[in-house]
Design a protein around this ligand. Structure first.
Ligand code: CA
Length: 224
């Protein structure tokens, strides 16, 4: 979240965290760029009028950097701006933004747009994910297994979603942690292992596989 208005940033952070997103904040172009050069983010929420420059500059730099020189130069970007002129929205989209909201916006609309971006980034159109006898709804954050609802904690749900979105790739614990936690959160060293252990207890132990010394994965549908 690149936003220099403290009130907006604070309100947005609690709304997003309440919906299970891990949020890292930057107040300007420079700190945001510094973060993008060291870490991969699921998406960037970008304010345009920033104290140290214009958000479109950050967007331009991000998209002009060749893939491979940054952790992810193709990460989805959602512009949040008070500039409601059509021309600045067109300019942002043409620079490589994926969507935008005009301030003031409804936070629920923002998170619905974020879920849409996440679906597109993962290459799927359906809003629910299916995997064997599981049906996962990222919007309602519900999991149904063979017709029965399964209670998962917010973290367990997030771990499951990351593994499903990336299947059948093997993800290391560090990669899962990076997608789940923001910079300032301190982790128990075995946090991910504990979540996986609970998920196996609730969802059966054949869904999430371990590659010893490497990480975890969910096999492709036809391999189950
Ligand atoms: Ca601003």
């Amino acid at each position: 979240m690149v936003e220099d208005d403290e009130a907006i940033a604070g309100a947005l952070r609690s709304h997003l965290q309440g919906q299970g997103w891990a949020v890292d904040g930057a107040v300007g172009v420079s700190p945001a760029w510094a973060a993008l050069t060291v870490e991969r983010f699921d998406m960037v929420l970008l304010d345009l009028g920033l104290a140290d420059g214009d958000g479109t500059e950050l967007l331009r730099r991000l998209r002009q950097t060749p893939q491979g020189r940054l952790p992810d130069s193709a990460t989805p970007v959602l512009i949040m701006t008070a500039r409601d002129q059509v021309s600045s929205r067109i300019a942002g989209l043409d620079l490589g933004a994926d969507d935008y909201v005009t301030k003031p916006f409804d936070p629920d609309e923002l998170t619905a747009r974020m879920r849409a971006l996440q679906r597109r980034a993962a290459g799927r159109a359906q809003s629910t994910l299916r995997c064997g006898e599981l049906e996962i709804d990222p919007a309602g954050r519900t999991v149904v297994r063979a017709g029965r609802a399964v209670e998962l904690s917010a973290r367990e749900f997030a771990v499951l979603l990351v593994l499903l979105e990336c299947r059948p790739r093997v993800l290391s614990r560090a990669q899962i942690e990076q997608r789940l936690y923001s910079f300032e959160q301190v982790l128990e060293s075995n946090a991910i292992e504990v979540h996986v252990h609970h998920l196996r207890r609730k969802l059966g132990d054949t869904l999430i596989r371990t590659v010893r010394g490497v990480g975890y994965y969910v096999p492709a549908e036809d391999a189950q």
